[in-house]
Design a protein around this ligand. Structure first.
Ligand code: PLP
Length: 430
């Protein structure tokens, strides 16, 4: 079996991928694809943007999770990236799944995942979806308000309910508590109503905000959840599960986040209580596993007395896989994949930018909207032109899932799968 400590230790040391065998595999996949394109005569779409996904990265993240949060069972948040191979690997690894809609639930059930491994973690649900999950035997779901409780009482009175509480998400990238979560002032009356309606409250859930940066938010949320466990028992509910949500980043902040959470759980929900612990990580699993390559389709030279600069138009943008810039507050960094007929992936030339006297570029998406700009300013040491390729690492989270077809561009791009982890390859039968 794969020994994480020995091989993977430096993987996320500075938040960047440094696993040499992973780099090599991804580089080979990128190179083979772009070198096989005849840019002069190819069919429309042959030079489209594409992903390389390293499933080994997903596997390493899972091992890292188990090492840092051994008591917490992850339910992967499908909304983050519903790539079928990613879901398949996670289902083999034994995670559960957090789904937000009928389509997500259907996709997971079709893989043969048992309904007990799914939580419908959307506090404000569509009536027909509630009837759908009742039929499918997906019982676990969240709620955070009285109207939703009455809806569930009518449509699925046997559901296993998690009361989602409010958190302090002020230091997270994407705040959720503006929209969801019951305050500690409301939980008491919600529990009373659930009791009155004869509903089955089985746990508490929270989410500290996606892309969380303050570990103390987890501590406070666990403390609040503990209060609600006590409240629930006064209404005769014997809660059995705490769901600590998502918010975990894949970079080196994870270890600190996990250690604060682990300590809080050990203090407020110690193992001897028999309380189950689950989580809903999305970004943590998907972010680093996907590299995106896109093609320069047009160039505009901005003449300057001292040095020309260039506006580069590529075939993917904010309405496509760079939707993460809008919705997820990301700043993807371009590197040169191929220029002047030479592939530079993972060479010093590809890493070199921002050097003095080097050439300035801005990078734009393919639509006719001015907002569609990927990078305002970046420097490379060489003159780039139409037909060259860029690549962007860490493009797995909240990218293709929120891409549109605005201006008629495809939002369904090829994914080339590689696997830098023998353990994961064996599991997938590769
Ligand atoms: N669970 C719920 C209810 C969410 O809304 C989200 C993200 O919006 C997630 C889990 C996944 O969060 P993350 O990707 O930060 O782990």
């Amino acid at each position: 079996p794969f020994d994480y400590h020995r091989h993977g230790h430096h993987d996320h040391h500075d938040g960047r991928r440094v696993n040499p065998s992973a780099k090599q595999l991804i580089g080979t996949a990128l190179r083979e694809r772009v070198e096989n394109i005849d840019h002069e005569f190819c069919e429309a779409g042959d030079e489209d943007t594409f992903f390389v996904a390293d499933l080994g990265e997903v596997y390493r993240q899972h091992m890292r999770w188990k090492r840092n949060l051994p008591r917490v069972q992850p339910f992967y948040a499908v909304k983050c990236n519903s790539d079928p191979k990613l879901l398949e690997l996670l289902s083999i690894l034994g995670t559960g799944f957090d789904c937000a809609s009928k389509n997500e639930i259907e996709q997971v059930l079709k893989m043969g995942v048992d309904p007990s491994r799914i939580i419908y973690a959307q506090p404000c649900k569509t009536n027909s979806y509630v009837r759908y999950v009742a039929n499918q035997g997906v019982r676990q779901m969240t709620f955070d308000n009285a109207d939703e409780l009455r809806k569930i009482a009518r449509l699925f009175p046997d559901a296993e309910l998690y009361l989602r509480i409010l958190t302090d998400d002020s230091s997270s990238l994407c705040r959720l508590s503006l929209k969801f979560g019951a305050s500690l002032g409301e939980t008491d009356s919600l529990l009373a109503l659930a009791r009155e309606l004869g509903l089955n409250v089985v746990g508490v859930s929270f989410h500290v905000g996606s892309g969380a940066s303050d570990p103390e938010a987890f501590l406070k949320a666990v403390q609040d959840a503990h209060v609600v466990f006590q409240q629930a028992s006064t209404y005769g509910f014997s809660l059995k599960t705490l769901d600590v949500g998502g918010g975990f980043c894949s970079d080196n902040t994870f270890e600190q986040m996990a250690s604060v959470l682990r300590a809080a759980l050990d203090e407020y929900f110690p193992a001897h209580t028999g309380i189950n612990l689950i989580a809903e990580p999305g970004r943590y699993y998907a972010s680093n596993a996907f590299t995106l390559a896109c093609n320069v389709i047009a160039r505009r030279t901005i003449p300057d007395m001292s040095a020309d600069s260039y506006m580069m138009y590529v075939n993917d943008g904010l309405y496509g896989n760079f939707s993460s810039i809008m919705f997820d507050h990301q700043h993807p960094v371009a590197k040169v994949l191929r220029t002047a007929g030479r592939t530079l992936y993972d060479t010093p030339a590809a890493e070199a930018y921002d050097g003095a006297g080097s050439i300035e570029y801005s990078i734009w998406g393919p639509t006719c909207d001015g907002i569609d700009r990927i990078t305002e300013s970046i420097h490379f040491p060489m003159v780039l032109d139409v037909g060259d390729w860029f690549y962007f690492e860490d493009m797995g989270a909240y990218t293709m899932c929120s891409a549109t077809t605005f201006n008629g561009f495809s939002n369904n791009h090829d994914v080339i799968y590689v696997c830098s982890e023998p353990g994961a390859k064996a599991l997938l039968g590769l």
